[in-house]
Design a protein around this ligand. Structure first.
Ligand SMILES: [Zn+2]
Length: 283
């Protein structure tokens, strides 16, 4: 099984996770920019983080034969902090970089007026830079949050086929299917969405525009839940080709719209990172 995890926060994971993922068949991933737990207080903290997403993490992933891409944005949670808003001015510089395959995660956390403004501004950036957009839906009040998200996407004028609306569940999937946007599902060990529930959603809504991710982050999460979902699909009677479509070809199609997805020579580990050899056992 070859796996492309379309939404995973490797910054918060250990090198052991990369090793386990590679052994499980993960060959490519997209790491969306998000919050870091501890609130950031200046633009410099963002640029250091963005630099890690386009520099250090791709190198770390490459040591295990995993191709790393990222999405760049001001996340919804921090959109509410005036000290963080200035980061909007540096985003265009990052949105031009090779490994950046979408604007994200954008969207709503608490659905404040500040979040409205930052969400719309970043959809406009996606259009300007000809990039897809990865949109986070709030974990509280999900149905209303998803409706409002889809309204803002429509108003922005972006092609819905270039938008993935993530963290969906049984309650929100149908309205996103109708919108023409891609549907993202984050599988968690014991909350929000499980591999078994995901299989039922695929049986009911089909495989088109479906993205499954492990969203592994700072909380209790598991970077192998993409694999578990593939296994659950096979156990439920889906074919190996169906699994390949959901876990590989769909994310390739969605992020391929950036024209920056580089999946060539994917087993290679030839990358180097300035002055750093710790992952190879150097000092
Ligand atoms: Zn995320």
């Amino acid at each position: 099984m070859r796996i492309f995890d379309p939404h995973i926060h490797m910054t918060s994971r250990t090198t052991d996770d990369y090793e386990r993922m590679a052994a499980a068949g993960v060959r490519a991933l997209v790491e969306p920019a998000f919050w870091l737990g501890q609130p950031r207080t200046s633009v410099g903290s963002f640029t250091d983080y963005f630099d890690a997403l386009v520099g250090w993490e791709p190198f770390r992933a490459s040591q295990f034969g995993i191709r790393h891409h990222c999405t760049i944005a001001l996340n919804p949670k921090e959109a509410n902090d005036p000290r963080c808003r200035e980061v909007l001015a540096v985003l265009p510089r990052y949105l031009e970089k090779d490994g950046v395959v979408a604007v994200g995660e954008i969207g709503y956390d608490s659905m404040t007026p500040e979040e409205d403004e930052v969400f719309a501004a970043q959809l406009a950036l996606a259009i300007d830079h000809d990039l897809p957009a990865l949109v986070h839906t709030p974990h509280r009040d999900k149905a209303r949050g998803t409706d409002r998200t889809l309204d803002v996407v429509r108003e922005s004028g972006i092609d819905p086929g270039r938008v993935a609306v993530d963290h969906l569940n049984e309650v929100t999937v149908a309205r996103v299917a109708d919108s023409g946007c891609w549907m993202g599902f984050s599988i968690y060990p014991d909350t929000k969405m499980t591999a078994e529930r995901m299989v039922v959603i695929l049986q009911e809504h089909g495989l088109e525009r479906m993205l499954v991710n492990s969203a592994a982050d700072w909380g209790r999460s598991d970077p192998l839940l993409t694999l578990r979902t593939g296994e659950a699909m096979l156990a439920a009677g889906f074919s190996a080709d169906d699994v390949d479509r959901v876990l590989w070809r769909n994310p390739v199609e969605f992020y391929g719209q950036s024209k920056r997805l580089d999946l060539s020579d994917i087993e290679g580990t030839a990358a180097t990172f300035e002055g750093n050899s710790i992952l190879r056992g150097g000092s």
